[in-house]
Design a protein around this ligand. Structure first.
Ligand SMILES: [Zn+2]
Length: 406
């Protein structure tokens, strides 16, 4: 069979982190590195002795760094691929102690529970180290457009200063801003108005094995559940914004969120507009309940590949459970573009990887049609530009021919 040519609109990436990715635009990046020797060279070539260096994209399913390795590097903070999980060396710790207000933060980050409870604080600190400016924002939005992304949602904008950079550069027109509650509470009223909604975390991620699952990872831990129903409900009551997005990857976390919202409904409390971010291990019963409660699922087709990447920690059952798009659409009744929306989390950015994972996923239960992809991922205004793609069903391959902005 011949390959098919198709044209789709540019993307609205419903879950990304432009503040972080702009700040880290020139940082050393290990995302494509699978072997330790190469990782060491990338770090050595892209860091300096004079300052604290943020290193991105470390995948701990391929290799890890010993204390000895770390001490050979310039001052570094190495971020796990998922940004949940960090390594740092003594040089970085000394420099942070001398120059930053939050002087104990690197020490604290080594505790996975503290780390998961304070992730927005950590991200804001890393952005402060690498500095977010207008020039970096421009480079990032050029990079986005080359990959077919026109609009993005920033799930964790760090402060008013960053929002100023978005506003001055004009990219605010193409960006929805979210932030965590402590950061929001510190903002001026004027800045608060620019925030679309509040982001809450209820568990960690697969990378550091902190996503809260019911059946334990290979090492016998079940991840980190950051809120039970009681504390989540108290937190939700504190929020006066009408849009709330809740990070929940593992089934324990997702169930906690859905049961909490269900409790609101039973008590006759007005439901805020809730989005669950990731929802990777949602089961059918919970999905149907979530649908009934009007919850939107904000998911990442590119995370279908976690079923291939994390065979070291996920059981066969969990690999199959990951991103059950067919169940969500065909059985629970979620509608792409309406209450099922798609984004990348920047892992990786852009249309090609997202479309490949959607059309040719590791498991058939993860497959999306091109039409479903378009409804959940593309901007509705076709006049903004377009993406021409080639789909080869036989070879299970897609390629992007041309990306055009009008
Ligand atoms: Zn994210």
């Amino acid at each position: 069979m011949m390959s098919r040519k198709k044209t789709i609109p540019l993307l609205h990436d419903h879950h990304n982190h432009p503040s972080q990715y702009a700040a880290f635009f020139h940082s050393a990046d290990l995302s494509d590195v699978k072997e330790k020797g190469e990782a060491i060279s990338v770090i050595e070539e892209n860091t300096s002795q004079e300052e604290v260096n943020v290193v991105l994209g470390w995948n701990n399913s391929y290799y890890t760094f010993t204390e000895k390795d770390l001490e050979k590097f310039p001052p570094v903070i190495i971020c796990n691929l998922s940004f949940h999980g960090f390594l740092s060396n003594d040089k970085a710790e000394e420099m942070v102690k001398e120059s930053y207000e939050n002087s104990e933060i690197l020490e604290r980050m080594k505790d996975p529970v503290w780390m998961e409870h304070n992730l927005p604080t950590i991200m804001n600190f890393l952005i402060e180290i690498e500095n977010l400016d207008q020039e970096k924002l421009e480079s990032l939005y050029d990079f986005y457009l080359e990959r077919g992304i026109w609009e993005v949602e920033d799930m964790l904008v760090p402060n008013g200063k960053a929002i100023e950079a978005f506003t001055k550069s004009g990219y605010i027109e193409r960006t929805d801003l979210w932030t965590d509650l402590p950061t929001y509470e510190k903002m001026s009223d004027e800045t608060k108005e620019k925030i679309k909604g509040i982001k809450i975390f209820t568990d960690g991620a697969l990378g550091p094995k902190t996503a809260a699952v019911k059946e334990s990872y290979s090492l016998g831990n079940k991840g980190v559940l950051l809120h039970d129903e009681k504390s989540l409900s108290e937190l939700l009551h504190r929020i006066d914004k009408s849009m709330i997005s809740i990070h929940a990857i593992g089934n324990r976390a997702i169930e906690t969120v859905v049961n909490t919202i269900s409790g609101f409904q039973e008590e006759g409390i007005d439901l805020p507009k809730i989005r669950i971010e990731h929802a990777q291990f949602i089961d059918e019963e919970t999905a149907k309940k979530a649908k009934h409660l009007g919850i939107t699922l904000s998911m990442q087709p590119n995370f279908n590949l976690d079923s291939d990447h994390y065979t070291d920690r996920l059981s066969e059952k969990y690999m199959k459970m990951n991103n059950p798009f067919r169940m969500l659409i065909d059985k629970a009744g979620f509608v792409p573009g309406k209450d099922l929306i798609f984004g990348s989390d920047g892992m990786p950015h852009g249309v090609e990887a997202a479309l490949r994972s959607s059309l040719f996923p590791p498991y058939p239960s993860q497959r999306l049609t091109l039409e479903e992809f378009k409804k959940g991922y593309c901007i509705s205004d076709k006049n903004t530009g377009s993406i021409s793609i080639n789909i080869d069903k036989d070879k299970e391959e897609i390629s992007v021919e041309r990306i055009r902005a009008d």
